[in-house]
Design a protein around this ligand. Structure first.
Ligand code: AMP
Length: 338
């Protein structure tokens, strides 16, 4: 158990900022490492380093000043993670990143656990593209294997559409083709796993996206108790299979199978997640505190929802100007992070 200790965080965006605030409440300090000068996490933490992820002198100094290192984003360069993990524990273990940084490796990992996903196939060549279309069918979504988020590096192929044009639109990068799922809703489970292997899941959260960006999250989700159990089991099994330490989020599609509903896993985020923001004000413990507790070697809290229902609305871009309107709404909490 870290006490009093310093947690190093790679990345300086909103998630690092919220982690820093949660750590401060527990009496722990954070040192944020980010290549961007204007990182909003710098404003709230004990120490900050602004340097590139390739700068080994700065990375070495950073590692020397902290007890444990974590990260707020999944695209931490493998070399940076390896360099740091020779000096300090990096949690979650960077081997998780090798899986989650590549959609094909991630889907294969999930499938090996016998957890359902959309049908998918690799696409590395024009021949393989045709084979993938035959195997998966149309409509489908072509996604680059790496560095895709919020719908970037994705192209939908309609029934009767032109797969080659879609592949061209993602610059013929290595891809996976996924069957387009007619889901009833999208949900996520944010789960924490402690250093001694205990798992605590937050409630299943229902999510709505706009232009591929999370716009709204709601709890409780409109799902049956059986589906709740299934979704939490899926997240727990994934966390265990990774021997994970910290918070992860599993995004899922809810689909109907005859009279029943079931989940298909879309994506794993090896970090705190936007769909868990509601836990800051809407639960007895936030996802950020759970993550800090896990990486610091503390016991996890048992999350309890505060209130009958909770909604998180993401104010995207100019919409941040709407924040003022929410300031006086009863029961609303406003978070502005630049
Ligand atoms: P992703 O970048 O994979 O998280 O996708 C972003 C969003 O695109 C998801 O939250 C879904 O709304 C939509 N989406 C992604 N993949 C599929 C799919 N195979 N079928 C239907 N919708 C999808």
């Amino acid at each position: 158990m870290l006490k009093p200790g310093t947690i190093g965080i790679l990345g300086g965006g909103q998630l690092a900022r919220m982690l820093g605030l949660a750590a401060a409440r527990l009496g722990l300090r954070c040192h944020v490492y980010s290549p961007e000068k204007n990182s909003c996490a710098f404003d709230v933490v004990h120490a900050g380093t602004c340097a590139s992820y390739e700068d080994e002198t700065a990375l070495g100094r950073f590692a020397g000043s902290v007890d444990v290192i974590t990260y707020e984003f999944e695209n931490v360069p493998a070399k940076t993670a390896a360099f740091l993990s020779r000096r300090r524990p990096v949690l979650p273990d960077p081997k998780v990143l090798e899986t989650t940084q590549d959609r094909l490796v991630e889907k294969n990992f999930i499938s090996a656990l016998k957890i359902a996903t959309a049908p998918y196939a690799p696409v590395h060549s024009a021949t393989q593209l045709a084979e993938a279309v035959d195997a998966v069918g149309l409509p489908a979504v072509l996604k680059t294997r790496q560095l895709g988020y919020d719908g970037k590096g994705q192209a939908k192929i309609a029934k009767g559409g032109d797969p080659v044009a879609a592949w061209r639109s993602v610059q013929n990068a290595p891809c996976i083709l996924e069957g387009f799922i007619k889901f009833e809703r999208e949900v996520s489970v944010v789960a924490a796993r402690s250093r001694d292997g205990k798992v605590e899941c937050f409630e299943v959260t229902e999510n709505e996206h706009r232009d591929h960006i999370l716009k709204m999250s709601r709890v409780p989700a409109k799902v049956t108790p059986a589906l709740t159990h299934e979704a939490r089991q899926v997240a727990t099994r994934i966390a265990k299979a990774f021997d994970y330490v910290g918070v992860l989020a599993v995004e899922m599609f809810v689909v109907r199978r005859g009279r029943w509903h079931t989940v298909l896993v879309n994506e794993i985020a090896p970090r705190v997640h936007n769909s868990g923001h509601w836990t800051i004000d809407g639960a007895s413990v936030s996802q950020f505190e759970q993550h800090i507790r896990a990486v610091a070697g503390w016991p996890l809290a048992k999350p309890v929802r505060l209130g009958q229902r909770v909604e998180m609305v993401n104010l995207i871009g100019e919409e941040v100007n709407e924040a003022a309107r929410w300031l006086t709404v009863p029961g609303a909490a406003v978070h502005v992070y630049g």
